[in-house]
Write a protein that binds this ligand. Structure first.
Ligand code: CO8
Length: 260
């Protein structure tokens, strides 16, 4: 499928989805959000894809936020509608039954930081800068940032970032748990691909259930979450991958997973 503001490349079980509006530092307008939703949903259905990488075109920005020129004239109802569209797209990414890695190649601001937060893992290039600068524009994060950021880095740090609009560099993002790792910009995609291929080589059914257990369990109390984990653990024993994975271990050979 052809997109106006996205590039899509699929190889060796890994899809690389590139937000491609470099003249606007890959800012997310409605059209780009809708394309992103469509592309991600399609990758969820694509049996040739085990893992998705999201990145930005160019060397300067991952995504510099929601498109400010498109947002400027909105009234309250429009603003709410735009935020809900963003929420829907971020939820599609977060709930995708496959891992999604953000390869953050520069500015990840506002909606761009929120996009990275909706991904499962964030790898930052050494020139990456993260922030929620919405207070500088008289608004708050509207694509889930007030919820996902404190869940990831804690309430105090999230409040500081959201109240000040300050940016943090890649090393600071790593230190506070916002980035999983930092690489030179030139190595970013290769690092993301290696991680994606490593995950793709594991039992895909188990990876999917691991994602579900973490995402859904964190919104439950501990007892319910443990019960939920036990239910998903049980489901693993009805899969061919569990039989193969354990048999392969006992036979001292690599497992041949089928994702079934
Ligand atoms: N939206 C639209 N255009 C943008 C955006 C953006 N978010 N960011 C950059 N651009 C454009 C600039 O306008 C400029 O365009 P032009 O060349 O036509 O003038 C081009 O990209 C290059 O940008 P700069 O010249 O500003 O580049 P600099 O290197 O000087 O600065 C920065 C880079 C620091 C990233 C700077 O561009 C900047 O501060 N950008 C805005 C960052 C920001 O505030 N992001 C948050 C936006 S709000 C948001 O994301 C809320 C999400 C939830 C919405 C909820 C719905 C209501």
């Amino acid at each position: 499928m052809d997109f106006k503001n996205l590039l899509l490349e699929i190889a060796e079980g890994v899809a690389v989805l590139t937000i491609n509006r470099p003249k606007a530092l890959n800012a997310l307008n409605e059209e780009t959000l809708l394309e992103l939703e469509c592309a991600v949903a399609g990758l969820g259905e694509n049996r040739d894809v085990s893992c998705v990488i999201i990145t930005g075109a160019g060397e300067k920005a991952f995504v510099a936020g929601a498109d400010i020129s498109a947002m400027q004239p909105l009234d309250a109802a429009d603003g709410r509608r735009f935020a809900k569209l963003g929420h829907r797209v971020m939820a599609t990414i977060e709930k995708l039954p496959k891992p999604v890695i953000a390869a953050v190649n520069g500015f990840a601001l506002g909606g761009g930081c929120e996009l990275a937060l909706a991904c499962d893992i964030r790898i930052a290039s050494d020139n990456a800068r993260f922030g929620q600068p919405e207070v500088n524009l008289g608004v708050i994060p509207g694509f889930g940032g007030t919820q996902r950021l404190p869940r990831l880095i804690g309430k105090g740090r999230a409040k500081e970032l959201i109240f000040t609009g300050d940016m943090v560099d890649a090393q600071e993002a790593y230190r506070i748990g916002l980035a999983n790792k930092v690489t030179p910009l030139a190595d970013l995609l290769q690092t993301a691909r290696e991680l994606a291929r490593k995950i793709a080589s594991k039992g895909q059914y188990a990876v999917r259930l691991g994602k579900e257990a973490i995402n859904n369990g964190l919104d439950m109390d501990q007892d319910k979450a443990n019960q939920y984990e036990a239910d998903l653990f049980g489901i693993c024993f009805a899969t061919a991958d569990q039989k193969e994975g354990m048999q392969a271990f006992l036979e001292k050979r690599p497992a041949k997973f089928t994702g079934m």
